[in-house]
Design a protein around this ligand. Structure first.
Ligand code: PLP
Length: 434
């Protein structure tokens, strides 16, 4: 943080620190992606899937190449590609046999799909609060939320930070539950040297445009469990059609979807896998610099990985203490935007605030809440998860600057803007910006 008296903030009429727009998020898309996509196009077969028993039931050569690369990276026995992480999340829930009458405990501080996946199979999401140090599920809160109806915990590794996966796995094992990981945001992060995505019985990954690597839209389930893997494969590709023809008569009945990834998307993703570690290394370098620049400011908590964790910095969260800073979050966000640095006030709304939860109506006739199978009375009352609500409403800002092709200079300029705003708190307050 620069110590000299910072120049007048743009919100008070000074020149904005930055006027050039930020570059697009590009994930090093290049020649290798083009080569593999052209190869698919020259071949003409843009999807290798067929909904019949046989090799093509599991997809084409790029889909298989991607799954092999992902198994190698994560060290898992199986990777099953999907056309999004949302379909991968749904498949995990369905593959575990979770359905009407069951509950799955998850985080309210996530993209809606972590919980929607549970509703998609007519089970009920139960929200536990989060740990403000990691933004991920608080283990004690999860424990309190367990009921006789609980079948699984869906941990979300948020912003690139691992949830307390070691303790959640121990809890899940002790109570006979599945532990799933929504690892859409956190590929490459580790806890105790072990990658996120490999602590649970299964995990979902995302390859949508915004993620560390991408193929436009895409996702995967990774698991070591052959039964979960087989069920995911059936759910991905119209499983109901092939069940009668499978050699193993013990496979339970399964409705399948078309959750297949195209060969074009898979080709891009194959090339992107080689860039995952280099892209995360860039994020780490930039994020660690930002942490150093923000450390020591009274009232500001930068993103510091919990002991034993490495962060992959999908986003960079900063907690503000508005009382200590003498400025509200809204003023800080407005002043940073005026300097040319748009940041998010809070993250997404706590999921249970969404009207669907407030009305308890995901489907007509209010299923799954009143379908007759469900004997619980889940609460989505405002105030349910106070830590989540306070972070969202009052104290958290989200910064998206630590990603390629942004540079160290961008990060340093952001920190300078932050210093400029905080260095003029009295003047901002005097001008009515409280
Ligand atoms: C935590 C989390 N879960 C799930 C998803 C859904 O991913 P997809 O867009 O690949 O379906 C996202 C996407 O942003 C996410 O951030």
């Amino acid at each position: 943080m620069p110590s000299a008296t910072p120049a007048r903030p743009a919100l008070l009429g000074g020149a904005p620190l930055r006027t050039t727009p930020f570059p697009k998020h590009t994930t090093m898309m290049g020649d290798e992606e083009k080569r593999l996509v052209l190869d698919v196009i020259d071949d003409g077969e843009l999807s290798g899937f067929s909904g019949r028993v046989g090799d093509r039931f599991l997809g084409g050569r790029m889909v298989k190449a991607l799954e092999a690369e992902v198994c190698k990276y994560f060290g898992t026995a199986f990777a099953i590609s999907f056309n999004s992480a949302t379909s991968a999340l749904h498949a995990m829930v369905a593959a575990a046999g979770i359905g009407p009458g069951d509950e799955v405990i998850t985080s309210p501080f996530s993209m809606a799909a972590s919980a929607s996946a549970v509703l998609m199979h007519n089970a009920v999401p139960v929200f536990a609060d989060i740990d403000p140090a990691t933004y991920c599920l608080d283990v004690a809160s999860v424990e309190r939320a367990i009921t006789p109806r609980t079948r699984a915990i869906m941990a979300v590794n948020l912003y690139g930070h691992p949830a307390a996966l070691d303790r959640l796995r121990a809890l899940a094992d002790a109570r006979g539950l599945f532990l799933f990981e929504d690892n859409a945001q956190s590929a490459g992060a580790t806890l105790a040297g072990k990658l996120t995505g490999t602590w649970g019985h299964a995990a979902a990954l995302s390859l949508n445009y915004h993620k560390a690597i991408q193929c436009g839209e895409g996702g995967l389930v990774i698991t070591d469990d052959p039964t979960l893997a087989l069920h995911c494969q059936l759910i991905r590709n119209h499983g109901e059609v092939v069940l009668g023809d499978l050699p193993d008569a013990d496979v339970p009945s399964h409705l399948g979807w078309n959750y297949r990834l195209s060969e074009v998307n898979a080709a891009v993703a194959v090339a992107q896998m080689a860039k995952l570690d280099p892209l995360i290394a860039i994020r780490r370098r930039l994020a660690e610099r930002l942490t150093a620049l923000l450390s020591g400011i009274n009232g500001v908590t930068p993103a510091v990985p919990a002991p034993g964790c490495t962060h992959s910095y999908y986003l960079y969260p900063i907690q503000l203490d508005p009382e200590r800073l003498g400025l509200s979050r809204a003023t800080i966000v407005k002043a940073l935007a005026a300097e040319g640095f748009p940041v998010n006030a809070g993250y997404v709304k706590p999921i249970y605030w969404l009207p669907m939860y407030q009305r308890k109506a995901a489907y007509p006739k209010q299923c799954p809440f009143t379908c007759g199978h469900y004997t619980g009375d889940v609460s989505y009352a405002k105030g349910l998860c106070p830590v989540t609500e306070d972070l969202h409403m009052r104290t958290l800002i989200i910064v998206d600057i630590c990603k390629y092709p942004n540079t160290m200079a961008d990060v340093e300029q952001f920190a300078e803007a932050f210093g400029r705003v905080l260095g003029h708190r009295e003047a901002l307050r005097a001008a009515g910006h409280v």
